[in-house]
Structures are given as structure tokens and as C-alpha cells.
Write a protein that binds this ligand. Structure first.
Ligand code: SF4
Length: 111
């Protein structure tokens, strides 16, 4: 990912075969919105032993990619999941300019 931001214009984050976040390469690091993207980026090693970053460790089970239910595919592992997340599939929405996210509560995760 550290290299990707220098060679890419746009980044798409996928989860179980679905696009969950898309934005320009610099924005994904600065304005990460989707809870899965946040966890994914927190796992990138930092090449500086003095710099600390909180690692987000996901718990819960992966949803079935073979027979996905009509809900958020990340709901079983999302620390912010609410009832709606288990009942409705979120659609991609533009949350920031040219930055789309598939999460019912994406606005709450904007820094
Ligand atoms: S829709 Fe709900 S479960 Fe899915 S990422 Fe957003 S908060 Fe988490």
C-alpha cells in the first residue's frame, strides 16, 4: 500500500467481492472512511520503530462469499454494526468529493 499511493491515481477497496470504498490514492490514507478500510490500513507496517500506530484487530466471522445475505457483508466483523447493517445492504454513496463509500453510517467516520 505504501508504494501503491505513489503509482496509482485511484484506489478501490474491496470486501468479499464488493467495492466498499473508492477515492484518489492520497485520500485513502488521509480520509479513510469505511471501517474495513481503516482496519486494513492500520495493518500496514511502519518503517519507523519510533512511530506508533494503533492496530485495529477485527473479530467475528467472515460472511459467506458463496451465498451472501442482503446486508452489509462486513457486519459480522464491524465494531460499529447496528441493526440496519444486518437488514439492508449499503450502497455506494459520495461522502466526500470523489470519495464513495458503501456504509450506512459513513458520515460518522469522516475525520
Ligand atoms: S454498514 Fe454497518 S456494518 Fe457495514 S461497515 Fe457500515 S457500520 Fe459497519
Amino acid at each position: 500500500m505504501s508504494v501503491v499511493k505513489h503509482i496509482s491515481d485511484d484506489i478501490i477497496v474491496m470486501y468479499l467481492g464488493q467495492m466498499i470504498e473508492k477515492c484518489n490514492a492520497k485520500s485513502i490514507f488521509k480520509d479513510t472512511i469505511h471501517p474495513y478500510s481503516q482496519a486494513l490500513l492500520s495493518a500496514i507496517p511502519i518503517p519507523n520503530v519510533h512511530e506508533k500506530r494503533e492496530r485495529i484487530v477485527l473479530k467475528g466471522e467472515l460472511a459467506s462469499p458463496i451465498d451472501p445475505k442482503p446486508c452489509c457483508r462486513f457486519a459480522q466483523r464491524c465494531p460499529y454494526a447496528q441493526e440496519k447493517c444486518f437488514q439492508e445492504e449499503p450502497v455506494l454513496r459520495e461522502i466526500l468529493p470523489e470519495h464513495v463509500v458503501a456504509c450506512h453510517y459513513a458520515e460518522q467516520f469522516v475525520k
